[in-house]
Design a protein around this ligand. Structure first.
Ligand SMILES: CC(C)(COP(=O)(O)OP(=O)(O)OC[C@H]1O[C@@H](n2cnc3c(N)ncnc32)[C@H](O)[C@@H]1OP(=O)(O)O)[C@@H](O)C(=O)NCCC(=O)NCCS
Length: 160
């Protein structure tokens, strides 16, 4: 598998799994009905460094972005987002993307990384914890999960 910076014409191959993941309404605090145009702005808009994971056949199976989480004197704290095609989950792609993004962020001079809204029922919490993130706080009953009802949102942090 190859992890590389995204190019402009990669978006049409990110959008199908982006849409499927956000439409499910279980992991991101974005409108499940987000249009393709708005999705593209959210994922690849100004300030976002976007990466894709490509399998041996050239298919794009995951994507991630890294961007400053704050501005000015706090701009060296990063934020990142991760999505793996649900057809390809559980194959180590998410972990590989995350390790890559953490290395890139550190090399780019970020001093830490924050996830602002990790749905507490998301199995990804285990992945982030295994990569050294800790839960700083949980906003209680913040997220209307389609199966679990109101659940909390973790703010997670790791130094780089
Ligand atoms: C989270 C996500 C990026 C993980 O990608 P992935 O390729 O499925 O994950 P991996 O196969 O690399 O698994 C990594 C670890 O995640 C955990 N994990 C991932 N999916 C899991 C699941 N469904 N159940 C239990 N654990 C899971 C495991 O701890 C696993 O540990 P291991 O590496 O020791 O096996 C992917 O599932 C995804 O896109 N989810 C929807 C969007 C999302 O939740 N993004 C993160 C928002 S905070």
């Amino acid at each position: 598998m190859l992890i590389r910076e995204a190019e402009t014409d990669d978006w049409p191959r990110i959008w199908p799994f982006w849409h499927r993941i956000v439409a499910a309404g279980e992991t991101y605090a974005w409108d499940p009905d987000t249009s393709e145009e708005a999705a593209r702005a959210l994922w690849t808009g100004p300030g976002k460094q976007v990466y894709v994971a490509e399998d041996d056949t050239g298919a794009i199976v995951g994507s991630a972005y890294v961007t400053p989480n704050y501005g000015g004197p706090a701009a060296r704290i990063a934020n990142a987002g991760f999505m793996v095609d649900p057809e390809r989950s559980g194959q180590g792609i998410g972990r590989a993307l995350a390790e890559h993004i953490l290395a890139v962020a550190k090399a780019d001079g970020y001093r830490g990384m924050v996830f602002n809204a990790v749905v507490e029922t998301n199995p990804a919490v285990t992945l982030w914890t295994s990569l050294g993130f800790t839960i700083l706080a949980t906003v209680p009953a913040a997220y209307e999960h389609p199966r679990h009802g109101l659940v909390g949102l973790h703010i997670m942090y790791r130094a780089l």
